[in-house]
Design a protein around this ligand. Structure first.
Ligand SMILES: Cc1cc2nc3c(=O)[nH]c(=O)nc-3n(C[C@H](O)[C@H](O)[C@H](O)COP(=O)(O)O)c2cc1C
Length: 171
């Protein structure tokens, strides 16, 4: 798939189709995350691949918006250090966002849909994933083949107008 098509194809999956994702596809998606750029190349991330149904069900309880993870064939949990320093926290989150987007576009390129899930109960997430002290499940996303409609470039995305978003030279 052309990069431009993969960018336009990525969207939130409304429904996951049953069926496992091939190992080599998951590896490629994770590799896309590993290759993501980060501030001073610090790579303050770990990616936890989860496929066990019980484990997915447990993870779906860390936030009400994460309920969909229970139905996903797989999920990738993004684990990173927690910082109380606002500047460092913003830097970590910026890096994580780039890694997640790279993985999502790599998934779209392979015909695999994704859907984010935030985390509210960090303690529960840490217990489920057996995380070392100081690390936190920051975000996760489910992966699966689309159960709603085929993946194809979204023609009219639900987005603000181009001219409202884009400024030239100055505001
Ligand atoms: C930081 C972040 C957190 C999100 N958290 C959730 C979530 O907890 N549950 C969910 O179903 N979707 C979640 N989403 C998905 C957004 O709602 C979705 O990306 C947005 O509505 C745009 O739709 P699209 O992904 O189809 O383009 C999250 C997205 C981002 C970027």
């Amino acid at each position: 798939m052309e990069t431009w098509d993969a960018i336009r194809t990525r969207r939130k999956l409304d429904e996951y189709a049953p069926g496992q994702i091939e190992e080599e596809k998951l590896t490629r998606i994770l590799e896309a995350g590993r290759r993501a750029p980060s501030s001073r190349n610090q790579q303050r991330w770990h990616f936890v691949l989860v496929r066990d149904r019980d484990q997915l069900r447990r993870l779906s309880r860390v936030w009400r918006g994460a309920a969909h993870i229970a139905d996903a064939p797989a999920a990738i949990g993004v684990v990173a250090p927690h910082s109380d320093d606002p500047r460092e926290s913003a830097s970590i989150n910026f890096d994580l966002g780039q890694a997640v987007m790279s993985m999502m576009i790599a998934a779209a390129d392979l015909g695999i849909g994704t859907r984010h899930a935030a985390v509210e109960d960090y303690d529960l997430a840490a217990e489920i994933l057996d995380l070392p002290e100081g690390l936190r499940l920051t975000w996760m996303f489910g992966l699966g083949f689309p159960g709603d409609r085929p993946l194809s470039p979204v023609q009219n995305p639900d987005r603000r107008d181009f001219d409202d978003v884009v400024h030239e030279e100055r505001w």
